[in-house]
Design a protein around this ligand. Structure first.
Ligand code: ADP
Ligand code: MG
Length: 689
């Protein structure tokens, strides 16, 4: 059998359970084996009945003397059994499980795990885990050991999962290929893959659990890194037709920089130089530009695109929403139209009108004097027939908002263009080195001069009313606007979140700010609707925008100077920082007010960091230390789960995996099993970038 075989295709019980299992993310037998326990029930202490003490959680083994059903009031049933092990007897009770008298018979050998009650001379256990032992079923998996407890779903209990996983491991009908090189296993004293799986599901001790976890976590980080190295290698094989000339165009670039209404920050200059250095190579650039919201990534991208145009190439920039695309279109037009450079846009709504220019761009003469020099767009760029064979530079803004395939597709549409991806979500260094090992990473670690840091306050609940009054006063006096971000309820926005937001909206509108105009924005709205609301807000048609947290408000609304974040403890610091970045984009002083629903020392310290730290990179690092990477980066790439068991906060293991991957990749031809996996990667196109 193949590990990759879909569960449903195996028929029988597998087929029947396949849709339930899918809810747990289990679709193949491999997923099944990699469905790890999130904790263990410690039933490893086995005692004789005469030695049992009140309150302890133990396992006893004995023979069933009797078992029977009895009826209590209200048609409830009670199952009572007596068990002996020669040193004493114990009474067992279960409730409302009449089928037990069919499963458990007098004289059966039974193992029971649970909590002991001793009253007077009577020893008993209520609702213990139990297991019948026989010669063909000698192992206990639910009792008498460290018992794995799994993430469950309705209809799929830990008990059921335990039995199935035990069976899969025991029968071992799959070709489980352990492709981690033997030398690495030896170096770090890792168990074999099969043993590690056996140990994480059915450990003999917590030490075994730890060993297994180390091995399996190492695997994850090692393969991530190996794949990144491979992608880097593949990227290196791409060749540009011609390398860019940079020096010839220094004057033009300098003139443009001097014509800007502001001086570039040192960070912008530095990273622009790195980019220009990349552009002179005949190997296409593959660079990620990270920088907090407002750090000025757009102008860096614009100058990069300008260099492409000076080199007689086109430039394409893709943004995740129409409104962002419009924004880029406007600012790029302002910058370039006076120079006779033609900027055009293609989005879902402009598609029809602009197709003409695009097809021209497609059939252009070699120097492309007819088509647009700069093309701005949304996803519509991808799903249009037109390619951009003359694109010298492709920019992908807010890259994390695009799927892996979309980014790959964008690249394919150009003819080996230089690629600049940008993100405002800074990733801690240790993590970037692993996940983005194939990219060159730039960081704009400096805000434009004169930008006022956003004043941030963690507001105690007794000051809520006062805060509302202050907001109303601010809006009245400075004619500024505010965001109010509703509590974060679920990862993906569901109706519950929307409903909660609507209720909050009504309350704020009627009771708190009756004199102001309020609007609402949530994730269940259509893209067009969202854009309209944002446009109205930008045009000051209302004073306060109430929004659900998953709605990304990536656009520039310089007149918004206040942001209120409800239940802020439910966010990671990076997320809070992202949200906070919605304000502070103009020259007025901006404010961020954090409310929290639960208060403990850890929450307090964490949120207090928001008051003192304005750097996204620092906050991301801090977040990783405090909360670990699980919730933060676990689902970084459009919901694609990156890590199951490893954590990016485990620096030690990260370093080990990185070193190992480098060593192994340098002699990859010696490892046919690994090559096979990397080839699969090419086919599946699951490459990160
Ligand atoms: P982001 O990095 O979030 O994409 P933008 O590129 O949109 O940020 O820049 C935010 C604002 O800052 C824009 O209005 C832009 O014109 C301005 N800006 C960019 N660089 C500088 C600078 N060096 N000095 C002053 N303002 C700048
Ligand atoms: Mg931006």
């Amino acid at each position: 059998m193949q590990l990759q075989q879909p569960i449903f295709s195996a028929g029988g019980i597998y087929k029947r359970y396949s849709s339930l299992l899918e809810k747990l993310g289990i679709t193949t037998f491999q997923d099944f084996l990699y469905h790890f326990p999130h904790r263990y029930e410690d039933f490893s202490q086995i005692k004789i009945i005469s030695a049992l003490e009140n309150g302890e959680t133990v396992t006893v083994r004995g023979t069933v003397l009797s078992i029977k059903n009895s009826y209590t009031r209200f048609h409830k049933t009670l199952q009572k059994a007596m068990i002996t092990d020669g040193t004493g007897t114990i009474e067992i009770m279960w409730f409302n499980q009449p089928f037990l008298t069919k499963n458990i018979k007098t004289n059966d050998e039974i193992v029971l795990s649970g909590q002991i009650q001793v009253t007077g001379n009577k020893i008993s256990m209520t609702s213990p885990e139990y297991e019948i032992i026989s010669t063909h079923n000698p192992d206990t998996i639910h009792t008498g050991r460290l018992v794995p407890v799994y993430p469950e779903t309705r209809g799929v209990s830990s008990k059921w999962l335990r039995r199935q996983i035990f069976k899969l491991l025991k029968e071992n009908k799959f070709t489980l290929t352990d492709s981690l090189p033997a030398e690495i296993k030896q170096q770090y004293n890792f168990p074999q893959l099969y043993d590690a799986l056996q140990q994480i599901h059915f450990p003999q001790s917590y030490t075994e659990v730890e060993q297994a976890k180390q091995r399996l976590a190492f695997d994850e980080l090692f393969y991530l890194q190996l794949k990144a190295l491979h992608r880097k290698q593949m990227w290196k094989q791409r060749k540009l037709t011609t390398a860019f000339k940079i020096d010839n165009y220094k004057t033009q670039i300098d003139t443009m920089i001097r014509s800007l209404p502001f001086p570039l920050t040192n960070a912008q200059k530095r990273e622009l130089n790195s980019i220009f250095a990349d552009l002179t190579s005949d190997q296409p650039m593959n660079r990620l530009l990270q920088g907090d919201v407002g750090s000025g990534k757009t102008i860096v991208a614009a100058l990069t695109m300008y260099m492409a145009i000076l080199n007689d190439k086109q430039a394409v920039i893709m943004a995740p929403t129409e409104i962002l695309a419009e924004q880029h279109y406007k600012s790029l037009s302002k910058l370039f139209t006076p120079l006779g450079i033609n900027v055009d846009i293609i989005t879902g709504s402009t598609k029809k009108i602009k197709n003409k220019t695009l097809s021209k761009a497609n059939n252009e003469d070699k120097n492309n004097k007819t088509g647009p020099n700069i093309l701005v767009g949304t996803h519509a760029l991808l799903y249009n027939k037109a390619d951009f064979p003359n694109a010298g530079v492709v920019v992908i803004d807010e890259q994390h908002r695009f799927g892996v395939e979309q980014r790959a597709l964008m690249r394919e549409k150009g003819n080996n263009p230089h690629v600049l991806t940008m993100t405002a979500t800074p990733i801690p260094r240790t993590m970037a080195l692993t996940v983005y090992a194939d990219l060159d990473v730039s960081y704009l670690d400096e805000m434009p001069f004169g930008r006022k840091p956003i004043k941030t306050w963690l507001v105690p609940s007794e000051k809520r009313q006062g805060a509302y009054e202050w907001i109303a006063k601010q809006i009245g006096e400075t004619a500024s606007q505010a965001f109010i971000i509703c509590p974060f309820i679920e990862e993906s926005e569901n109706m519950q979140t929307v409903k909660a937001a609507s209720v909050e909206f009504e309350r704020l509108r009627k009771e708190v700010f009756p004199q102001l105009k309020l609007g609402i924005l949530h994730g269940k709205m259509k893209a067009k609707e969202k854009d309209d609301i944002l446009m109205q807000f930008k045009n000051r048609l209302f004073d306060i925008l109430v929004a659900t947290p998953v709605v990304e408000v990536g656009i520039d609304i310089p007149n918004a100077t206040i942001i209120v974040i409800e239940a802020s403890e439910r966010f990671g610091l990076s997320q809070l920082h992202q949200l906070r970045g919605r304000v502070g984009r103009g020259d007025k002083q901006s404010y961020c007010l954090l409310f929290a629903e639960t208060k403990n020392d850890q929450t307090f310290t964490r949120l207090k960091a928001m008051e003192t730290t304005n750097s996204g990179a620092k906050l991301a690092e801090l977040d990783l230390q405090i909360r670990g990477s699980g919730d933060l980066y676990g689902t970084m790439q459009s919901g694609y789960k990156l890590l199951k068991i490893a954590s990016f906060s485990d620096k030690d293991l990260l370093t080990k995996a990185r070193t190992a991957a480098k060593t192994i990749y340098s002699k990859i031809n010696d490892y046919p099993l690994l090559i096979e996996q990397l080839l699969e990667l090419n086919e599946q196109k699951i490459s990160q970038d």
